[in-house]
Design a binder for this molecule. Structure first.
Ligand code: 3PY
Ligand code: MG
Length: 255
């Protein structure tokens, strides 16, 4: 169940595309997996996901041969433990602003002695069948990614990336725009400059540079790749549905 394929890929700086699910139904996973995304994120911070949806989310992602990741609802022990126990192979932790906060997320995600994760039988280790194997590999194989979504985090990017156990970062463009006082202006030069600083720091410290491009188009995806981002989440189930529906109606109105 747990292997190093995803983590090796991101740590090697390979370009990889995934997407984001806000609706906690496995059908959305199947649809996005069919489209070809390599990994999918369950959004427990802003999406309609309960803990009880996460097992089925991970099941559906694995059945489709893709990688299940969870954006936990907050930087705390239990949401991180639940996501991993239910089968996530990586966690994305929102609103991390300092090295201290990174250390807290890392501790929650790692078994002792590196962290405080509790030992048990759970879906992640095949309900105990693969207990020993899972415990042996988990600290290495599970990706810990923190979200950079504020001016403070951008200012602290060096200490954030130098914290033990963090694999990389993910830009949250909307929170970032709010923090810079330009709510929703995700393409504003101030945000681009902040993203560039983050990408350069990731390169310096050999960490994964990720970004969520909520409303993807060829320009913003191309620009993120050129800046050095290689872990790219494109869109979300809700955005794809809304855009597809709107396009169909516009087509009829233009006829
Ligand atoms: C943000 O834009 O703030 C996000 O968290 C996107 O996932
Ligand atoms: Mg955010």
């Amino acid at each position: 169940m747990l292997n190093n394929v995803f983590k090796n890929k991101i740590n090697n700086g390979e370009l990889t595309f995934g997407s984001w699910c806000q609706v906690g139904h496995p059908a959305n996973v199947e649809i996005l997996a069919n489209a070809g995304f390599e990994w999918l994120v369950a959004d427990c911070e802003h999406g309609e996901f309960e803990d009880s949806d996460l097992g089925n989310f991970c099941r559906a992602v694995c059945l489709a041969g893709k990688v299940p990741l969870v954006r936990v609802k907050e930087n705390a022990i239990m949401p991180i433990r639940r996501a991993l126990d239910l089968g996530a192979v990586g966690i994305i932790v929102p609103l991390v602003n300092s090295a201290e906060e990174v250390a807290k997320a890392v501790a929650a995600a790692k078994y002792p002695p590196e962290g405080v994760r509790g030992f048990a039988f759970h879906r992640g280790n095949n309900w105990g069948v693969d207990f020993a194997e899972y415990v042996k590999n988990a600290n290495k194989a599970i990706a810990v990614i923190v979200m950079i979504e504020s001016k403070e985090a951008v200012e602290n990017i060096d200490e954030i990336l130098q914290t033990d156990g963090v694999d990389g970062v993910f830009i949250g463009p909307y929170d970032m725009s709010g923090s810079y006082g330009i709510i929703g202006q995700t393409d504003n030069p101030l945000i681009k400059e902040a993203c560039s600083k983050v990408a350069i720091a990731c390169k310096k410290y050999h960490k994964t540079a990720g970004a969520h491009i909520v409303m993807p188009n060829s320009e913003n995806v191309d620009s993120a790749v050129k800046q050095g981002f290689h872990l790219l989440a494109l869109g979300m189930d809700t955005v794809f549905l809304a855009n597809g529906a709107k396009q169909a109606l516009e087509m009829m109105q233009n006829d």
